[in-house]
Design a protein around this ligand. Structure first.
Ligand code: NOJ
Length: 588
């Protein structure tokens, strides 16, 4: 699925290809009412900051009414905003404030499942003949020869244990691919689809400009609900993606959704874990399919996950990462698809910690390098709050009492219950939580060096501790520093806009593929070519452009160290984590 030649074909132009997106995790962005939890008025108060970064779209993570078992990805009312975040009117003000500044606002559409506190589920579980019974996935038990009751199949939940929970009252199991408080909706049932379409229209009519769609490829499941193949014999419950990721009716459902999105000329990005077949992705995102604009693929964020458990270490090399990007970049370009580009989001650790081994003193250099590699590839770049400052993972010294996330805490509890004496494994898991837990992305935004990083009042205890490194990594300091990560991001996003043809509509060719220290690629549009060259290590590296048929340098567009080299001889020195962007003469 990859090629290393320049293929020049006109890509369809679209406004959403030219944009970049800033993601907000409402609980941790800015607290305006001193309850220790971020809120929507807090976001409104920071709109000028977001605008300054140079992004075009804001993606607001779920802020609907929710019992918060999974931080709002368990929705109990799609038409109300959770009181801790504000009101529907606050969201209207947010939309208005974004629009006034020329930005758009995306809502999170979480419709694979609801909360068990949603009225639909309360009705559904109340009796077998309730009109909402069929809105969720209910199945009878299986019994073994001894008459013991078992779930309908062996699927594992993403948050540990069986994906089925027994309901005493109606004597059936319901499916939940995530927590038991997050029952899966039954998309086969037409009223469910109609209800989702109504929710979309409600928010679009309020002026929202599109959606990020939570695990959207899980909405169609194999209707037979068969057992998953036993790939991990040590566990009863098995991963069953093959039966629920990109199921048989997915594209039919996405076509319906696409019709609504087109009516409003809305933006859409779908989260699609566990799809390894690019043709399946293409069906969702190819320009003429009219389903969704782009998807989040997972190859590069799963790179350090163990085969059955993300909290098991899995070493990787730079060439593994390059291979993944090279495949998706060339595949989408050649097939009229489109990529969403991201290193971070609310489910991922901080990118400097995941993708580099940068010591604190290299935070700025590494953050700039990662910004350059990402934002100048082909696709729509997504920046997660704090990434524009180079925020880092939680400190190694933090105990488990600092962690808040159900994913990590359930894993920890599961292990303590199963193997409490195995202190070696416990230690490995502790290290892995610090490397991979979702908590790493969820610490409060670092606005200043003040108490609680200026996220909330000094006298208030924030819902999650701030990272002590806010004394050095914070927005206030960076806004006034021309060499900060924040100002570098502005420059990179500005460059992408200034050379739109190259960086949005140009092709992608990876150079020097086998190099484990340097990440290099070109983008070319007609006869304009740019070279993006990055040192991925904390050591100086020398790169030979002639070995990779790089044409004559016409202009240095950007250098992450500010001062640029001359790039004239055969040997180009690259400082630790240095990134350079050069206009070069095309050679093919
Ligand atoms: C994906 C979301 O990004 C994640 O945060 C959430 O826990 C699951 N989907 C379930 O909604």
């Amino acid at each position: 699925m990859s090629s290393n030649k320049h293929i020049h074909k006109p890509l369809h132009r679209a406004w959403w290809k030219e944009c970049s997106v800033y993601q907000i995790w409402p609980a941790s962005f800015k607290d305006s009412n001193d309850d220790g939890i971020g809120d929507i008025p807090g976001i409104v108060s920071k709109l000028d900051y977001i605008k300054k970064l140079g992004v075009d779209i804001i993606w607001l993570c779920p802020s609907y009414e929710s019992p918060q078992v999974d931080m709002g990805y368990d929705i109990s009312n799609y038409y109300k905003i959770d009181p801790r975040y504000g009101t529907v009117e606050d969201v209207e003000r947010l939309i208005q404030g974004a629009h006034q500044r020329g930005m758009k606002l995306l809502m999170d559409l979480v419709v694979n499942h609801t909360s068990d506190q949603h009225e639909w589920f309360k009705q559904s579980r109340s009796s077998k003949d309730n009109e909402f019974r069929n809105w969720y996935i209910w199945k009878p038990a299986r019994y073994d020869a001894q008459g013991n009751r078992h779930p309908p199949n062996n699927w594992v939940s993403h948050f540990q244990g069986s994906a089925w929970t027994w309901d005493e009252k109606t004597q059936e199991y319901y499916l939940h691919l995530y927590a038991e408080e997050q029952p899966d909706l039954n998309w086969e049932h037409p009223p469910v689809r109609k209800a989702v379409h109504d929710i979309m229209r409600f928010w679009l009519d309020k002026g929202c400009d599109g959606f990020r769609m939570d695990v959207i490829n899980f909405i169609s499941k194999d209707p037979r609900f068969p057992d998953a193949p036993v790939e991990n014999p040590e566990q009863i419950w098995q991963w069953a993606y093959c039966h629920y990721a990109n199921g048989p009716r997915l594209h039919e459902y996405l076509q319906d959704i696409g019709k609504i999105l087109r009516e409003y000329d809305a933006f859409s990005v779908g989260e699609m874990p566990y799809v390894r077949d690019p043709e399946e992705v293409l069906k969702a995102v190819r320009y003429d399919r009219n389903e969704i604009n782009m998807i989040f693929q997972f190859d590069h964020v799963d790179i350090d996950h163990g085969p059955f458990d993300k909290f098991v270490p899995n070493p990787w090399k730079l060439t593994d990462l390059k291979k993944m990007f090279n495949s998706w970049q060339t595949f989408m370009y050649e097939n009229d698809g489109w990529n969403a580009l991201y290193w971070e989001n609310h489910d991922q650790p901080r990118c400097i910690d995941r993708y580099t081994s940068a010591k604190p003193e290299y935070t700025t250099a590494a953050a700039k390098m990662l910004a350059t590699v990402l934002a100048l590839m082909s696709g729509t770049p997504f920046i997660y709050q704090g990434q524009e400052l180079g925020m880092r993972n939680v400190p190694k010294e933090w105990g488990m009492d600092e962690y808040r996330d159900i994913d990590c805490l359930n894993h920890w509890k599961g292990h303590l219950a199963k193997d409490p004496e195995n202190t070696e494994a416990l230690q490995v898991y502790r290290e892995q939580y610090q490397r991979k837990s979702r908590d790493n992305a969820r610490t409060p935004m670092q606005w200043s060096a003040a108490a609680h990083a200026g996220f909330t009042s000094p006298t208030v205890t924030p819902w999650m501790s701030v990272n002590p490194n806010h004394k050095t990594i914070n927005a206030e300091a960076q806004l006034s520093d021309p060499n900060s990560v924040f100002n570098y991001w502005r420059t990179v996003l500005g460059l992408r806009k200034r050379y739109l043809d190259i960086f949005v509509y140009g092709d992608f060719v990876m150079l020097d593929f086998a190099n484990e220290q340097v990440f290099a690629y070109t983008r070319q549009f007609e006869d304009q070519q740019a070279l993006v060259l990055c040192n991925w290590t904390d050591e100086p590296v020398v790169w030979d452009p002639t070995a990779h048929s790089v044409g004559k340098v016409q202009e240095v567009l950007l250098n992450s160290y500010g001062v640029s080299e001359k790039y004239q001889d055969k040997h180009w020195p690259l400082r630790p984590y240095e990134a350079a962007v050069l206009l070069v003469e095309p050679t093919s």
